[in-house]
Write a protein that binds this ligand. Structure first.
Ligand code: HQG
Length: 179
C-alpha cells in the first residue's frame, strides 16, 4: 500500500470515526467504537472500498497511532467533535504541557484561554516539538504555548491522556498559559 493511500484511508477513518459517521450511514457506540465489518460495508457503499487487511495496515503504520482496534471494533483515540466517552481516567500531568497554534489565534487565546473549538477537548502535547508540528498544520506563524499543567491539576482541572499520548483537558484559562 503506498503512502498516499495510507494517508487517504487515515483521513477517511478520522473523518467518520471522529466527526461524521452518519455521512456514510455508520453508527458509533457511546465510547466511539464502530463495528469493523459495518465500517467496511459503509465505506464500500460510499465509493471508498477498503479491505480488512488495508484497514489493519493503516491502523498499524499510522504515524500518530490515531486509531485503536479491539477485535471486531475500531475507534479514533482522540480528536472527536462528536461527544464520546473515551473512559480515560484523570491522570496527573507533568509540570508543563504544550499547545501548538498560530499567531493568528493568539489575541483571542490571550483573552479567552484555550477552548475546545470544534472538538470535545483542548488537545495538548507532551513536548514542544510535537506542539510545533500541530501548530504548523495551520495558516500563519506557528506558536508554541506552555501550559502550567501541574498547577492547573492542583487547582482542580482534570487531565486525561489518550491512547496515543495526547493530553486532553476541557479548557485552559489564560492564567495558566505562558508564551
Ligand atoms: C485554536 C491533530 C482562538 C487552537 C493535532 C487550534 C492534535 C483558539 C484551533 C489534534 C482558541 C483548534 C487537535 C481561542 C483554541 N481562540 N483560537 N480561544 N482556543 N484555539 O484542530 O489542537 O493529526 O481543533 O490553538 O495533532 O490544532 O488530526 O485543535 O489552532 O492532536 O490526529 O483553535 O488534531 O491530530 O484546532 O489539533 P483543532 P488542534 P490529528
Amino acid at each position: 500500500m503506498d503512502e498516499r493511500r495510507v494517508v487517504r484511508v487515515s483521513k477517511f477513518l478520522a473523518k467518520h470515526l471522529r466527526h461524521r459517521p452518519e455521512r456514510i450511514g455508520l453508527t458509533l457506540d457511546a465510547e466511539g467504537w464502530a463495528d469493523v465489518p459495518e465500517l467496511l460495508a459503509a465505506a464500500a457503499r460510499n465509493s471508498f472500498p477498503l479491505t480488512r487487511d488495508e484497514l489493519d495496515h493503516v491502523v498499524a503504520v499510522n504515524d500518530k497511532q490515531r486509531f485503536q482496534v479491539d477485535g471486531g471494533r475500531i475507534r479514533a483515540v482522540q480528536g472527536h467533535s462528536l461527544p464520546v466517552e473515551l473512559n480515560l481516567s484523570p491522570t496527573l500531568p507533568p509540570s508543563f504541557l504544550y499547545h501548538g497554534t498560530t499567531n493568528r489565534a493568539l489575541e483571542s487565546i490571550r483573552r479567552d484561554g484555550l477552548l475546545p473549538m470544534g472538538r470535545q477537548s483542548v488537545h495538548l502535547s507532551a513536548d514542544p516539538e510535537t506542539a510545533r508540528r500541530v501548530g504548523a498544520r495551520r495558516r500563519g506563524e506557528p506558536v508554541v504555548l506552555i501550559v502550567l499543567a501541574r498547577r492547573m491539576a492542583a487547582e482542580g482541572h482534570e487531565f486525561r491522556v489518550s491512547f496515543n499520548g495526547v493530553w486532553l483537558v476541557e479548557s485552559v484559562p489564560p492564567g495558566y498559559l505562558c508564551e
